[in-house]
Write a protein that binds this ligand. Structure first.
Ligand SMILES: Cc1cc2nc3c(=O)[nH]c(=O)nc-3n(C[C@H](O)[C@H](O)[C@H](O)COP(=O)(O)OP(=O)(O)OC[C@H]3O[C@@H](n4cnc5c(N)ncnc54)[C@H](O)[C@@H]3O)c2cc1C
Ligand code: SF4
Length: 464
């Protein structure tokens, strides 16, 4: 049945001009003058806390100082040398809990330096002009397989190419980028993901093969046999179910699928959305699904979370953003069942929750019913690991400090490992560190490569 006939789900709820305005860039770039003024606010702190707060350790005061002197090439090299996805991260990082959150100027009577916006200013021109900042290292003759073309996989691939290894990246989807391409909110990235990846791959030495899914048409044992090392960066491709009555009714969807459809849709006016939308969850995905539903023209959007707002994994800034965009947040409720008519969802029955004396979340028995044409489930993504995967614990691939798995010659990183936080910047850092470990292992195996000064020189910039 076409989706338009289910409940009140329809495309084109807003005129195209309004949709274009709603999905415009939420962080428009700083012009040269604004960037210099923003950069001059930096104190260039010794032992700068902002550097420590960045998972990729970008030398923030250094790149900011270069902006003030007009040295954008130096600034971009500082950033992209530490974080090859520095362009994407300038758009999507929750800076309020990372670099800007730790900036010494982040005080009630002051404001943090606009590190994210300055990072974007320093890097945007690199992608626009296709500037070459990094060269591929002298060919070592070593081949590495990377599974997953998201930020972890491609960061690893780029670092390995810089070290002179040949890399083949395999990805199940039709496009590279992982959640940069299929997940992150449209108004944060627009068409940037593809441009950034084209630039990243221009270093050479990296071949990407799409439609290759480990566990389906790609076998880990074959990769281990055919390549000197394997890096698994498969993210979290599964989704949690609610496990409640009515979950299979038409109009109940996974939020990640709704978002992927939106990111891939060429025409926002053709994207169907419910008149009344209920989103269940409390993380990035829930916030993005709720805000984007509202921006597509849903009349009412309710974000329902089972605990208090302070426990949500979405940051305060993201919650505030959702609320200022008209999303209604209801706390301390858990879905009990989906109510439907003619096989289509019509409402969600929630039970109120509270913490009991043993600090456990329990239902109070009281309920509230919220009408819904579209219900988006955003209760967590899960590892979809093939049977031959390395050791897994707590739903993630187990790795040591060097990102080595339980299988010799196999490394893993990014969301599928869950190092610290499930963020783009952390995935990039994982990929970078894994590349350094892989590079070391390959050089130990081939002494002629290890002693080649050209290769070693290239390998060094892969920072810890
Ligand atoms: C909706 C949403 C919004 C988000 N918003 C933000 C944000 O604003 N800021 C932020 O910092 N982070 C955000 N995140 C988190 C961030 O996107 C992830 O932490 C990051 O993308 C993880 O990178 P990764 O490379 O580990 O995995 P992914 O980006 O998931 O990439 C994994 C890749 O592996 C491929 N793959 C999966 N299984 C297989 C297989 N079996 N065989 C072959 N290939 C496979 C996939 O197709 C994909 O290309 C968001 C996440 C979601 C879901
Ligand atoms: S903490 Fe703030 S003021 Fe200090 S170096 Fe970092 S950005 Fe500049």
């Amino acid at each position: 049945m076409p989706r338009q006939e289910l409940g009140d789900i329809a495309a084109g709820r807003l005129p195209p001009a309004q949709l274009a305005e709603n999905f415009a860039d939420i962080g428009p770039p700083l012009d040269r003058q604004a960037a210099v003024i923003a950069a001059q606010r930096c104190y260039y702190c010794y032992d700068a806390p902002c550097i420590k707060a960045c998972p990729t350790g970008i030398d923030i005061p250094s790149f900011i100082r270069r902006i003030t002197t007009g040295n954008l090439r130096g600034a971009a090299t500082d950033i992209l040398g530490a974080n090859i996805f520095g362009g994407m991260c300038s758009r999507v990082c929750p800076t309020e809990i990372l670099c800007e959150g730790s900036c010494v100027r982040n005080r009630p009577e002051d404001a943090p330096v606009q590190i994210g916006a300055l990072q974007r200013h320093a890097t945007d021109w690199v992608f626009e002009d296709g500037v070459r900042l990094f060269e591929r290292g002298t060919d070592t003759g070593q081949r590495v397989a990377v599974v997953g073309a998201g930020p972890a996989g491609l960061a690893c691939a780029h670092a390995l190419a810089r070290a002179g290894h040949q890399v083949v990246v395999f990805d199940a989807r039709e496009k590279s980028g992982g959640l940069n391409e299929y997940g992150i909110a449209q108004y944060k990235v627009l068409d940037f993901a593809a441009r950034e990846i084209a630039w990243l791959l221009s270093i050479g030495g990296i071949e990407v093969r799409h439609g290759q899914a480990l566990g389906r048409n790609l076998v880990l044992a074959d990769l281990r046999r055919d390549f000197g090392a394997v890096f698994l960066a498969i993210g979290l491709a599964g989704v949690n179910a609610l496990g409640i009555e009515g979950e299979t009714l038409a109009g109940v969807r996974n939020a990640v699928d709704f978002i992927a459809e939106l990111r891939q849709g060429a025409n926002l006016a053709q994207l169907p959305v419910g008149r009344r939308v209920v989103v269940v969850g409390g993380g990035n995905t829930a916030i993005d699904a709720a805000v984007q539903s509202k921006k597509l023209g849903a009349e009412s959007v309710t974000l329902a979370y089972r605990r208090g707002a302070a426990s949500m994994s979405a940051t305060f800034a993201e919650r505030e953003f959702a609320q200022t965009n008209g999303v209604n947040l209801i706390e301390w409720v858990q879905p009990r069942r989906m109510l439907g008519a003619n096989g289509t969802v019509a409402a969600v029955e929630f039970e109120y929750t509270r913490m009991d004396t043993a600090n456990r979340l329990v239902g109070t028995g009281e309920t509230v019913t919220i009408a819904a044409d579209l219900v988006l489930k955003a209760v967590g993504q899960t590892l979809a690991a093939p049977a031959e995967a390395p050791q897994i614990a707590k739903g993630r691939i187990v790795v040591n400090v060097d990102f080595q798995t339980s299988l010799p010659g196999v490394w893993a990183g990014g969301d599928c490992v869950g190092t610290a936080v499930d963020l783009t910047v952390q995935a990039v850092e994982d990929g970078k560190r894994a590349a350094r470990s892989i590079d070391e292992a390959l050089r130990q195996r081939t002494p002629e490569v290890a002693t080649n000064p050209a290769v070693r020189a290239i390998a060094q910039p892969i920072k810890a």
